[in-house]
Ligand binder design. Structure first.
Ligand SMILES: Nc1nc(=O)c2c([nH]1)NC[C@@H]1CN(c3ccc(C(=O)N[C@@H](CCC(=O)O)C(=O)O)cc3)C=[N+]21
Length: 293
């Protein structure tokens, strides 16, 4: 039976460390970290994630700047808001919730975020540095950082291991692959055009599942003793729940937990850690800015 990695508990530990540092900053400089969360439109899932992020900020003493914009807003207007936040000295981090409405070019908006405030780590220059040997981005994307933090806090070493990442999205699959490579794993990326992904996944000491496919990874695909990090947050209908749905991962947890060495649950695994890494990036950004001035 696998050790179930309690992301919520690890997140709680790190959050209390962050809370202490926020208090120190405030005592020493009279300033607190500030995070702007920009949301465009009314997607239910986005609104729910954004609420989680804003509440976490409030809990830790990080100041929130809420920018709620209507679905029909123009790209130029969104960029104007980003520029205002870039210029605001009380804002240390800017997060533009994705996905954006179809008429807005995501790349154009993300490129406008000041490098020093890119707490999501999605600016092409930050991703570019992540991809290069010997270069360090100012910020590492939150979900990939969460995956590595969960591995290291569970005592799973990465160096020399075979890691298979399932999925190649800009926000998870690709950057987590780059991060594992930087940590000296041998990395394979499986994606929607990979034939027989199970044959590749069976070789993996570390599996990162970020395919957005509910329960696609079966127990029989897992190498005994492997570490399985499940990034999937797929909502499936569940009439027995008050919300009418529940979240399931990309991994068949029931099967895989019988074979794996370590596994993260959904919910309660990567999700809470992702938000925590965002708070950590915001704190680091604030420290850089405040201690410099
Ligand atoms: N610019 C941007 N940055 C992001 O980091 C970003 C984004 N856009 N768009 C959407 C995805 C998704 N994402 C999640 C964050 C927290 C949970 C989370 O806390 N999940 C809880 C459950 C929450 C619930 O029950 O609803 C858990 O897994 O335990 C999940 C997913 C961040 N994303």
């Amino acid at each position: 039976m696998a050790t179930v990695i309690d992301g919520k508990a690890v997140a709680q530990t790190i959050r209390s460390e962050i809370t202490d540092e926020v208090r120190l900053l405030s005592e020493k400089y009279g300033k607190v970290p500030g995070l702007a969360v920009v949301i465009v439109g009314n997607r239910q899932d986005s609104e729910s994630y954004v609420r989680t992020k804003r509440k976490a900020c409030a809990d830790l003493g990080i100041k929130n700047f809420d920018i709620d914009l209507p679905e029909q807003i123009s790209e130029a207007e969104v960029i104007k808001h980003v520029h205002q936040l870039n210029a605001d000295p009380n804002v240390h981090g800017i997060l533009v919730q994705l996905p954006l409405p179809k008429h807005i070019n995501e790349e154009k908006v993300l490129t406008e975020i000041s490098l020093e405030k890119d707490v999501d780590g999605f600016h092409p220059l930050n991703i570019g540095k992540l991809a290069m040997k010997g270069r360090d981005p100012l910020f590492v994307p939150c979900t990939p950082k969460a995956c590595l933090e969960l591995l290291s806090r569970s005592g799973v070493s990465i160096k020399g291991k075979r890691a298979v990442v399932v999925g190649r999205s800009n926000i998870v699959g690709l950057p987590v692959s780059l991060l594992l490579l930087k940590a000296d794993a041998t990395v394979t990326i499986a994606h929607s055009h990979t034939s027989q992904p199970e044959d590749i996944i069976r070789e993996a000491d570390i599996v990162i599942a970020a395919a957005r496919q509910a329960k696609m990874i079966k127990g029989s695909w897992i190498k005994p003793g492997a570490a399985v990090i499940d990034v999937g947050t797929n909502s499936v209908d569940d009439p027995t729940r008050k919300a009418g749905y529940r979240l399931v991962g990309d991994v068949d947890f029931e099967e895989a937990s019988k074979v794996a060495g370590w596994i993260t649950p959904v919910p309660g695994g990567v999700g809470p850690m992702t938000v925590t890494m965002l708070l950590k990036n915001t704190l680091e950004s604030a420290k850089r800015s405040i201690e410099q001035n």
